[in-house]
Design a protein around this ligand. Structure first.
Ligand code: 5AD
Ligand code: SF4
Length: 433
């Protein structure tokens, strides 16, 4: 039996799919090269904006053709859209044989059995079940041999007014330290060098079990063989001085952080219920710089939140100019059902959002081109993750992609390089040792 998983959304969803692969492998399933060859197609969905919602329906329309060739083939849907829509999704797309929550991925074997017996297997739970930690019993199956995601918490207790995640992923639940460390040990034994801790709001890890997030960083760093640590996504409000200090002290923690600002105007930030002002965000950036030498930043921005004026938007541009992010993920505000911002007055017309977005992209392009050239002739450390078109590729500690001419087997090694030429999204480097 063969499976095919199509994943939309964030790194957490990606990691969930790696876990689903682990479950399927334990059941004897093998990966299919493409969906036409699969006996089971799973779509792991995202609903953060309207676009990913629509993509799921168009994929379902295509995948249903599998039943002409293989009538016993099953089509399943899971993840955030499944969670948000529940039964309504099946009504819209009757081709779905099984569907489950973000909360009960570990029940996949039972659901497949039900569906194979001819029942429609739908298990969308309102709340996480008692045994949701059973999920951690299944190892992930990863494509990247050297860099591994480790989900350390589920859900989110923040109430950002634009965001659907608290509804699709539930309340914040920190995974236990022991469970995380035992996965990290297993990954290192498997050859992993870089551990990327994941949570919707990862800097809040431990709040519900009485351990500060920095403790997790220290403990992961103590595992023999961990060469690099990253974490995503931090919330500016939970990013304490102790976390910044730990980032500076722990040699394995990379000099990069993804810290979504969302908007530059303090008035808009308040409407978003982000819990910080523009000035407080900029102070966090300065604090990080003071503890972590050479740290680089990336961020998320929402353009055109309800009532955003030209002046508000200029504040966002001002943050970009001040922080000089290496990467900016920008999104037009997309109203999500059942979120407070959905029904706010002052929704911004799409053409205004589009114009603001292109101004933002233009500004960021020029900032990035300056940043890129500042890398030329510098020395960097790169963890080699792959080999493509005669070159080794990997990322610097500051999270930039580098390609390196070299011989021998450098895969999985951290090497010192000199940057020869640097473009916005790639760098050509020379091996130094
Ligand atoms: N509209 C547009 N962007 C959104 N994001 C979250 N919700 C919305 C929305 N309703 C963005 C935020 C978040 C990123 C993952 O997606 O910037 O950080
Ligand atoms: Fe999409 Fe958010 Fe769900 Fe990730 S958590 S898959 S970004 S809706």
């Amino acid at each position: 039996m063969k499976y095919y998983i199509k994943t939309f959304g964030c790194q957490m969803n990606f990691n969930d799919s790696e876990r689903l692969r682990g479950i399927l492998h334990s059941m004897g399933y093998q990966p299919a090269q493409n969906w036409e060859d699969a006996d089971l197609i799973l779509i792991n969905t995202c609903t953060i904006r309207e676009k990913p919602d629509q993509k799921v329906y168009s994929h379902l329309g295509e995948y249903k053709k599998i039943k002409e060739k293989n009538p016993k083939a099953l089509i399943g849907v899971c993840g955030c859209l499944a969670q948000r829509m529940g039964e309504e999704l099946v009504q819209k797309a009757p081709v779905v044989d099984l569907m489950f929550s973000s909360f009960n991925m570990h029940q996949l074997p039972e659901l497949i059995q039900q569906a194979q017996a001819g029942y429609r297997a739908i298990a969308i739970l309102e709340e996480p079940p008692e045994d949701e930690d059973r999920l951690w019993d299944f190892p992930t199956i990863r494509d990247n041999q050297f860099c591994a995601y480790v989900t350390v918490m589920k859900g989110c207790d923040k109430n950002c007014t634009y965001c659907v995640v608290p509804k699709t992923r539930g309340r914040q639940r920190s995974r236990s330290l022991e469970s995380i460390l035992s996965e990290v040990r297993a990954l290192v034994e498997d050859g992993v060098k870089e551990i990327h801790l994941l949570g919707q709001n990862v800097t809040a890890w431990g709040q519900d079990i009485g351990i500060p997030f920095e403790e997790l960083l220290y403990r992961v760093a103590q595992v023999q063989g961990v060469e690099r640590i990253r974490f995503t996504t931090g919330h500016p409000k939970d990013l304490t001085e102790n976390i910044a200090k730990a980032m500076g002290e722990i040699p394995q923690v990379c000099e990069h952080i993804h810290l979504p600002v969302q908007a530059g105007s303090s008035r808009i930030l308040k409407l978003m219920d982000r819990g910080y002002t523009k000035e407080e965000y900029l102070e966090k950036i300065e604090m990080l710089k003071s503890y972590v030498k050479g740290i680089t930043f990336s961020t998320d921005i929402i353009v055109g939140f309800p009532t955003e004026t030209e002046e508000d938007f200029e504040e966002t541009l001002d943050v970009l100019k001040k922080v000089r992010f290496e990467q900016v993920f920008s999104f037009k505000y997309s109203p999500r059902p059942d979120t407070p911002a959905y029904s706010m007055d002052g929704q911004i017309p799409d053409d205004v959002k589009t114009k603001r977005m292109s101004r933002l992209l233009e500004l960021q392009k020029s900032i990035l081109s300056d940043i890129a050239s500042s890398y030329e002739n510098t020395q960097q450390e790169v963890l080699i993750e792959g080999y493509e078109n005669g070159k080794f590729i990997g990322r610097t500690r500051t999270n930039r992609w580098a390609s390196i001419k070299g011989q021998g087997n450098l895969l999985g090694r951290v090497v010192k390089v000199k940057v020869i030429s640097s473009k916005p999204y790639s760098m050509d480097c020379e091996l130094l040792e």
